[in-house]
Design a protein around this ligand. Sequence first.
Ligand code: SAM
Length: 280
Amino acid sequence: MPDGVKERVLETYRQTAETYDQGVSERLGSSRWGIESLTGMLLREMRVPENPVTLDIACGTGLSTFSLVDYLGTGDVHGVDLSPDMVRKAAENADKLGYNIEFKEGDVENLPYPEAMFNMVISNMSFQFFPDKLKALKEIHRVMTPGGRMGQLFGGGEHVAELIDVCLFVSKDNLDLRGFRESVQDVIDMHIDLETVQRLLWETGFRRPLVYGYHRVMNVKPEGFWSRNPYPAYWRASVPEEIREELDAKVLSEMQERSGTRGFKMTWYTIQAYGSKPTN
Ligand SMILES: C[S@@+](CC[C@H](N)C(=O)[O-])C[C@H]1O[C@@H](n2cnc3c(N)ncnc32)[C@H](O)[C@@H]1O
């Protein structure tokens, strides 16, 4: 299990909370296929309970939470995130867009809610950042009511493998980029496969699991992807400021070198995982 991930997450989002929406939101930014579409895919498989009391775990700036409210049309909706900067931005966005949501700061491994509070829990594009996934799932299970349903959508397996390969290549044998290389390795270690997800759900006590992967080939413009995606932000957060530009130039040049006429080809592999908390 990689160490120091939470510190890196906090630093990443301290640096990028203000620009996150611009990069990944279809509604508040310039993304053509972003968080709102991903949350839509996640929600399609969720059965909405009567009188939903829902929690969006690792809600970030609230993009996934707003999609959840739109989908439900009603109910008591909460969002929690490790990063105080993201929670502040979520509250600001909710005010601006007219949503009534209670956002809190908190770690998925120690949620600031009592037992059995929620009958529906989701998490969008965040589970891959949780270093101890079993601990996270146990805590999610604790705050759910018996009969409640949980759904997660996240990057796993070979997700962005081609970009990871470029990062390992440019940082090889470069002592100044040791932190960068370690943070790339974090992501490799945290990308789990379908069988592992299924086993973890079962081990936590979730039943009626549904776990599947969705594989998409993306052709991206190197500059746009590198400057806007949360992974590069996470990797760059551990690079001293004075050498960031040099690193960016190296990565972009290598991505260009490996690009075809349609751009840099990348595997976009997301896993959707659902489970219910048993009633007895
Ligand atoms: C890629 S963002 C996704 C945010 C949001 N769900 C969305 O769809 O836009 C990942 C989020 O996970 C949060 N996060 C990472 N580790 C966490 C943890 N241990 N507990 C709670 N939140 C965490 C980060 O702070 C960040 O806001």
